[in-house]
Design a protein around this ligand. Structure first.
Ligand code: HEC
Ligand code: HEC
Ligand code: HEC
Ligand code: HEC
Length: 407
């Protein structure tokens, strides 16, 4: 089972708010292709939408091969495996991948890390190499469009079959160009094309039932090809393993859609409170003096131990992590030296309520930040990337406040 490419995503790059959903879907596609027993896929421009490092990480989770003969590093070495040779029913089948070289590189994240060599030249070079290595049947997986596939066919290369998955081409009837058979499948894995290749010889073809013989095609002396498309129909029952996998991802995606308001991405940047002159952070122990009930409840929540979560991962000295797991990092009245966290450890009262010095000094007569009910301050930290399952209503319950179950 093979895939022509452009399988994982449907454009060259994802908007930041689509990244989590995109990753969930890519993982789903890979694990279901693992289950289906896929052998190899070609890498198309759309598969690079989260960068080449992401794809290489995913390659490790896949039980099938990621192929590309023309995606190269700065030393002109292929980044992925260019080709594989598989022994199928005694026939040595060489399979290789070619990415359309007219891709919009500037749109792909991290595109300085690779280049895409001329597709036709690399196709020729790789096909000839596979032939020299003794492949009996050679398959090219590519995101090149039909016009280019035809040009490859006309070059008289030892390529027997081209499986195309160009973004412009829809599913097409198979065409024969010289001795090369070209099929196009729809990108994104929306249909399955089944091509039976039999080495029957004229006598074997003659012996086939007439309806099969009529639908198929003989190539040269030996090959008999029979091509069928199996589009995914709604009425088809789900696979007992894959169906539940899809359901699980769908549930996660619908939760993600509920939290679409992630306006400010970082708490240490635009997400910080406007701090009034003279105000600063007092920390939770001070609040405890007058609000022991809220303090006790807070102590039981995960917020009171966010710093130890970092310590467990040995990330408490990582500036990338510190802001959301402590109070007041790089904010007026907070702390700046990452080694001097001290009383600012953990997400505290003032992470949500804002700095409390003026409130404490006025013994409660100066109001705390009132703008909590909408939950916007939660989303300064519970961004999609860090808290993909965040759902305001259930999360809001119990963190603090009069609407929580007091314990
Ligand atoms: C000296 C006692 C005292 C301390 C210390 C104190 N508060 Fe208060 N706080 C009060 C009083 C009194 C009220 C009630 C004021 C009212 O109802 O108008 C109050 C009300 C509140 C309210 C709800 C009403 C509002 O102003 O929004 C919040 C939230 C609050 N405090 C948070 C905190 C936090 C966070 C701390 C720690 C930084 C803290 N308080 C420290 C006395 C205190
Ligand atoms: C933008 C804010 C933000 C940043 C930056 C951040 N985190 Fe978190 N982190 C969160 C939130 C919110 C949760 C709670 C996730 C949930 O359960 O919904 C969390 C949960 C965690 C947890 C406990 C849950 C788990 O997944 O095991 C750990 C450990 C953790 N983060 C480590 C880190 C590390 C390490 C970094 C730096 C690489 C980091 N965080 C950076 C906001 C952040
Ligand atoms: C300053 C950053 C920050 C703010 C603001 C914040 N959180 Fe969190 N929250 C975290 C971190 C970090 C964790 C991870 C705790 C851990 O280490 O396991 C967390 C964990 C949680 C958890 C526990 C998640 C779990 O899976 O157990 C809930 C529930 C939660 N937050 C709700 C809220 C709500 C509701 C708000 C707004 C009212 C809010 N948080 C505001 C940083 C924040
Ligand atoms: C994760 C965010 C968060 C943290 C941490 C937090 N609070 Fe709250 N607090 C809230 C929310 C949300 C409300 C409810 C606001 C509303 O309903 O308008 C609230 C309400 C309150 C109130 C108003 C009275 C009440 O119970 O409704 C007080 C007082 C208060 N918090 C004090 C504290 C103190 C003291 C701490 C620390 C020990 C603390 N909060 C920690 C989010 C938080």
């Amino acid at each position: 089972m093979l895939n022509g490419g452009n399988l994982l995503f449907s454009r060259e790059s994802l908007k930041p708010e689509k990244v989590i959903a995109g990753k969930l879907l890519a993982d789903l596609i890979i694990s279901s292709y693992n289950k289906m027993g896929c052998d190899a896929m070609n890498i198309g421009a759309y598969d690079l939408a989260l960068g080449i490092d992401f794809l290489r990480k995913k390659e490790k989770a896949a039980k099938f091969k990621f192929l590309s003969a023309n995606i190269l590093d700065s030393h002109d070495k292929p980044i992925f495996r260019p080709s594989i040779v598989q022994l199928i029913n005694g026939v040595k089948v060489g399979i290789f991948g070619i990415c359309d070289d007219k891709l919009k590189l500037d749109k792909i994240p991290g595109s300085h890390k690779f280049k895409v060599a001329n597709a036709l030249e690399k196709a020729e070079e790789t096909a000839l190499r596979l032939q020299a290595e003794g492949a009996d049947y050679i398959v090219l997986l590519t995101t090149l469009n039909t016009r280019f596939c035809r040009r490859i066919g006309q070059r008289g290369l030892p390529i027997d079959l081209i499986v195309g998955s160009s973004k412009r081409n829809r599913i097409s009837l198979p065409i024969l160009v010289d001795d090369t058979y070209i099929v196009h499948i729809e990108r994104g894995g929306k249909s399955v094309g089944r091509l039976d290749v039999s080495f029957l010889g004229p006598a074997g073809v003659e012996a086939l039932p007439p309806e099969v013989r009529y639908k198929g095609k003989s190539i040269g002396e030996n090959l008999f090809l029979l091509n069928r498309f199996l589009p995914l129909k709604i009425a088809m029952p789900d696979h007992p393993d894959i169906g539940p996998m899809v359901k699980k991802v769908e549930t996660k995606l619908s939760r993600l859609r509920q939290v679409k308001a992630t306006k400010s991405m970082s708490i240490s940047g635009g997400g910080s409170y406007r701090v009034a002159a003279g105000n600063s952070y007092m920390c939770a122990d001070t609040c405890n003096k007058c609000h022991p009930a809220q303090y006790r409840r807070w102590k039981k929540t995960a917020h009171a131990s966010t710093y130890s979560s970092l310590i467990k991962q040995e990330k408490h000295f990582d500036v990338e992590c510190i802001a959301c797991h402590t109070l007041g990092y790089e904010q007026p009245g907070g702390f700046v030296d990452i080694r001097q966290v001290g009383k600012f450890a953990n997400v505290q009262c003032e992470s949500c309520h804002g700095p409390g010095r003026l409130h404490v000094e006025a013994e409660g007569k100066a109001k705390m930040n009132r703008d909590l009910a909408g939950g916007e301050m939660c989303l300064r930290c519970h961004i999609e990337e860090r808290s993909p399952e965040f759902e305001l209503e259930t999360y809001f319950h119990n963190v603090c406040g009069s609407n929580a179950d007091a314990k």
